[in-house]
Design a protein around this ligand. Structure first.
Ligand SMILES: C[S@@+](CC[C@H](N)C(=O)[O-])C[C@H]1O[C@@H](n2cnc3c(N)ncnc32)[C@H](O)[C@@H]1O
Length: 323
């Protein structure tokens, strides 16, 4: 797995990053930028139910956190990831902006006997400056395609603050990397006889009994390494090739998070929910036919930002070698 991930690194340069597009930003209502960040307490129950997420983070934390280390968690929520680090013997600072969550984390860590090892700081992680050097940073503000939540901007702010205040090398980050992919699919968007082409979230382990047909393999469009500088905007242009005849009605976005890339085998990973976005111009495609796809969005933007930016050009079949 480590080899696989290091082989991704050079291709970072292939993705085109751009600075903020002010004209597009002005079309986004400021409130939309808050969606996905003030996650109410009852939604955290769903996050606590996600066994693959918790097991992946627990394993990555157990791999890298040793007794006596100082661990910072950015966006601590209920405090569960901080508890994993505390149970490895670390001193933990858990930063959480939502007062309801910060208070819940404090009392819950106390109930678990971990309040001596974990200090909960109520505040904005982008402004947090640790009072001592940090060995490991845990940050789970991950959403498919890195939309909605502010994983990248929070980590960029943390890195800048940290390097300014501590003349140290950066800590290890958990997760270490995210792999962003896109695929052609057919989805019927049909619900009890009612046609409704709308964005759909799909659990990675869901049985595909909803009429979904994969029409191409997954193609990588970005590899994000959290210890490297990350731009806030991505613009991608690429070509997808149909692997079967079918009716192309949507693109599916898949994000795989590498929680630790160092262990040689069985590296802990966690996929976000898949995102299916209907196309403005659905069309039949033939096996071997290619389409040009273009989209751009800022990490942390609402879903609509990516959805509205998608452009698809169907290449003329006659000019292609259709198999
Ligand atoms: C996806 S939840 C993860 C919670 C917890 N780490 C877990 O894994 O269960 C992200 C958390 O980050 C918090 N958050 C978002 N932006 C933040 C910011 N700028 N500063 C501090 N906390 C933030 C949210 O309130 C939320 O509790």
């Amino acid at each position: 797995m480590a080899n696989f991930v290091s082989s991704l690194k050079p291709s970072l340069a292939e993705a085109t990053y751009e600075s903020t597009d002010a004209s597009r930003e002005s079309r986004v209502h400021p409130e939309q930028n808050l969606l996905g960040q003030f996650i109410p307490l009852h939604y955290h129950f769903q996050m606590l139910q996600d066994k693959q997420r918790l097991e992946g983070f627990r394993r990555a934390i157990e791999l890298h956190v040793k007794p006596g280390m100082h661990v910072v968690e950015l966006g601590g929520g209920t405090g569960i990831l901080s508890s994993f680090a505390a149970r490895c013997g670390a001193e933990v600072t858990c930063v959480e902006r939502n007062p309801e969550l910060a208070s819940f984390a404090r009392s819950t860590l106390h109930a678990n006997g971990l309040d001596q090892q974990v200090t909960v700081v109520e505040g904005d992680a982008t402004e947090f400056i640790p009072s001592q050097p940090v060995d490991v940073v845990v940050c789970e503000m991950l959403h498919v395609a890195l939309l909605r939540e502010k994983q990248t901007s929070v980590l960029e702010a943390f890195k800048e603050n940290y390097l300014q205040n501590w003349n140290e090398q950066l800590p290890r980050f958990i997760p270490e990397a995210s792999r962003l992919m896109v695929q052609m699919i057919h989805h019927p968007f049909e619900f009890e006889g009612y046609y409704a082409p709308l964005p759909i979230f799909q659990a990675p382990d869901a049985n595909a009994n909803d009429g979904l047909i994969e029409l191409s393999s997954l193609v990588d469009y970005a590899h994000i390494f959290y210890d490297e500088p990350i731009s806030d905007t991505i613009r991608w242009r690429g070509r997808l090739r149909a692997s079967a005849n079918g009716f192309l009605s949507a693109l599916r976005f898949v994000t795989q998070n590498f929680l630790s890339v160092e262990s040689q085998c069985d590296s802990p990973t966690w996929p976000n929910q898949f995102l299916i976005l209907p196309l403005q111009e659905p069309s039949p495609v033939l096996a071997g036919q290619e389409i040009d796809v273009e989209f751009s969005y800022r990490f942390g933007d609402p879903l609509e930002s990516l959805h509205q930016s998608i452009r698809v050009e169907y290449l003329p079949v006659a000019e292609q070698k259709v198999h």
